[in-house]
Design a protein around this ligand. Structure first.
Ligand SMILES: CC(C)(COP(=O)(O)OP(=O)(O)OC[C@H]1O[C@@H](n2cnc3c(N)ncnc32)[C@H](O)[C@@H]1OP(=O)(O)O)[C@@H](O)C(=O)NCCC(=O)NCCS
Length: 171
């Protein structure tokens, strides 16, 4: 698949498929982002063995003396497209570059990718206390549809299940 550059809120962002070479950087961002981070094995499963799974990385493109050069990975998104459903599995952005629209671009990219492959709705689970992510998803058109009590461990917490229609233009 070809790399994609986006030029919306987060300018100069290069989004492309993750590879095994990216693992160390993905694990670093993951550990900086979650109280119960994904393990190396979990990333490896998404990068290799899962026919429904997709993982895309984002890099900021820097102007290196007139030439545009992609920097290191600053975020990633992992999702499954299973027939008509897109399920968001993981999303993280390095702490130093948050609030620059990178997650917004990654989610929009995933939604367009799923839509192109026939997905008609997207869903996800998020920790009830994760106000930043819940706000991000709401702004992208997701709505709360259920709460799963004590779904998460480390710490134990409810999951909020959110969903959005992919046939609407919103987000
Ligand atoms: C949640 C996360 C992915 C957001 O990444 P990001 O690149 O900073 O997000 P964006 O810049 O695209 O934010 C878009 C909007 O989401 C909301 N938002 C994002 N972070 C927020 C925060 N810390 N507090 C409040 N709202 C926030 C805002 O509405 C923001 O728009 P604004 O900056 O114009 O106000 C990032 O904070 C992260 O990696 N967190 C740890 C991992 C995680 O929680 N992942 C999601 C699991 S479901």
């Amino acid at each position: 698949m070809q790399p994609v550059t986006t030029d919306q809120q987060a300018r100069n962002l290069l989004i492309r498929p993750g590879t095994h070479q990216d693992l160390e950087r993905l694990l670093r961002i993951e550990q900086d982002s979650y109280s119960a981070p994904w393990t190396r094995k979990m990333f490896e499963a998404e990068l290799g063995g899962n026919p429904f799974g997709h993982l895309f990385t984002a890099r900021l493109i820097h102007d290196g003396g007139g030439q545009e050069e992609p920097g290191e990975i600053v975020g990633y998104i992992c999702f499954w497209v299973v027939f008509e459903e897109l399920r968001l599995m993981n999303l993280a952005v390095a702490p130093s570059v948050r609030r620059q629209g990178i997650a917004t671009q990654l989610v929009r990219y995933a939604l367009a990718f799923g839509r192109d492959r026939g997905a008609v709705r997207a869903d996800l689970e998020v920790r009830a206390s994760n106000a930043a992510a819940r706000r991000l998803y709401e702004r992208l058109g997701f709505r709360q549809i259920a709460v799963r009590a004590k779904y998460y461990a480390n710490p134990t917490e409810d999951a909020v299940l959110m969903e959005r229609d992919l046939l609407r233009a919103e987000g």
